[in-house]
Design a protein. Structure first.
Length: 462
């Protein structure tokens, strides 16, 4: 009988949610992560044991007959701990396999897509959790409403899950209802070709049992699916859609149309007024409507949604400077973030700081990255964050920088000097009479700079 769960890469957002779940069930939870973070410190404060050195200090005390090891591809298989656990016959499962086992015990409401997964699933969880339907949730980000990535509700039959396409992880799930937000090719280091990426989503869609809610521009062969297919859209008709979109005093409102009502649910107020969240909210509201959440519960959930950590988080917002941090790391995600900034701050000078994530992704989409980043007034590029990869010859931030449009001011900036660099750029712009927006973007460790950047952009500006 399993009484201990050991996590290789426990500081990952998906791994930490599982660790919290097993701890809540009364099990002993331990793990390894290479780098301490706010999230690992939070886990330790919750009673979870974490080691940061790749040695046998804790694992030699484990009993293979009562321990289950959960691993993530982010931790190399040649680490000393991983080798020890494999050599000594410990039961070892991928994170997605364990999540699949848990979610099969309930009706899984899954959110898949190249981008939009985390925000959409968190909006859905926030609509459902306080409603009469209720929900459990394993989230891919820290929900600002709850300050956690795990929600538990023993009285609900539903569990909200982010369905990750990396390493085909979402094939381990059994979705009762699923949203698919987008299918822009990514993770080509895993899939090899765009066609293989699309085929992976097609297989995932075939696993959905009851209903599939897809963005109206995405195409599926309906006859090959067991689930009923619904479409959603913004500003155009679909099964579920938003219309009459308006901005009043910096807040976004719209009307929400469903398949079976002649009249919409009027005056939906978007709690986080970011343009892309209209689309994310429509998808989440569609699933909430399908499982029986009331109109008032839907409106209340969307209006009180406070966002997700590192999803368009506004840290400074004054007449002189606005500072936003965002997880965007794919060209389409960068485009959505930059478009939202331009809509919200049409007269500001916009400086984007981008930390590319993975050498392979930079190589595969370098022209797309350059095109999107060229929509900014100024770009500060940080070195590529390698994550699980070794360097690729010629693939550097310098290479990407050379491809930016000539009109864009640009610089290569090391992490150690980034906060000071941004402070100097702010002072220079304000001296020229230009209020600014600073956006930091990336999926690496750029978030560790947020507090210092915030301080530099607010302390005695001039």
């Amino acid at each position: 009988m399993i009484d201990t769960y050991y996590f290789l890469g426990i500081g990952g957002i998906g791994m930490s949610a599982l660790a919290r779940y097993f701890a809540s069930e009364g099990h002993r939870v331990m793990g390894y992560d290479r780098t301490p973070s706010d999230l690992t410190h939070a886990l330790e404060n919750e009673g979870i044991i974490i080691q940061y050195e790749d040695n046998m200090a804790w694992v030699e005390t484990l009993d293979k007959d009562t321990t289950l090891v959960v691993r993530t591809p982010a931790v190399p298989t040649n680490t000393a701990i991983c080798c020890y656990l494999q050599e000594h016959g410990f039961a070892m499962y991928k994170r997605a396999e364990v999540l699949g086992m848990i979610t099969r015990q309930k009706k899984a409401l899954c959110v898949a897509g190249t981008h939009g997964k985390t925000t959409t699933s968190t909006i859905l969880a926030h609509i459902l959790h306080p409603s009469h339907v209720g929900a459990n949730a394993f989230l891919g980000g820290i929900a600002n409403n709850y300050h956690t990535n795990l929600l538990l509700d023993e009285n609900s039959d539903y569990v909200v899950v982010e369905a990750d396409e990396f390493d085909r992880s979402f094939h381990h799930l059994t979705p009762h209802i699923s949203i698919i937000t987008s299918m822009d090719p990514d993770h080509l280091d895993i899939y090899g070709t765009e066609e293989a990426y699309y085929e992976s989503f097609a297989h995932y869609a075939s696993l959905v049992q009851e209903a599939l809610v897809v963005k109206s521009s995405l195409k599926f062969k309906v006859e090959s699916l067991k689930a009923r297919v619904y479409t959603y859209a913004v500003g155009e008709q679909a099964d579920f859609y938003a219309d009459n979109i308006r901005v009043e005093d910096g807040q976004i409102y719209f009307d929400f149309y469903t398949p079976n009502t002649q009249y919409p649910i009027p005056n939906i107020h978007l709690g986080v007024p970011v343009w892309v969240n209209i689309e994310n909210s429509v998808a989440a509201m569609a699933v909430a409507w399908l499982v029986g959440v009331t109109e008032e519960e839907i409106k209340q959930g969307v209006s009180t949604f406070a966002g997700v950590y590192r999803r368009f988080n506004i840290h400074v917002n004054t007449p002189q400077v606005t500072y936003i941090d965002d997880y965007a790391h794919h060209p389409q995600e960068l485009a959505a973030t930059i478009e939202s900034v331009r809509r919200l701050y049409p007269d500001r000078y916009v400086i984007g700081v981008f930390q590319p994530h993975l050498f392979s992704r930079t190589r595969d989409f370098v022209d797309d990255f350059a095109h999107v980043l060229s929509q900014l007034d100024e770009v500060a590029l940080m070195p590529i964050y390698p994550a699980r990869e070794e360097p690729i010859a010629g693939v550097t931030s310098e290479w990407l920088m050379q491809k930016l449009a000539d009109k864009v001011k640009r610089a290569l900036v090391l992490p150690a000097i980034l906060p000071k660099y941004l402070r100097e750029r702010l002072k220079s712009c304000l001296a020229a009479g230009k209020p600014i927006v600073v956006i930091t973007m990336g999926a690496g460790d750029i978030d560790r700079q947020v507090n210092e950047i915030t301080q530099k952009l607010t302390y005695k500006i001039l």
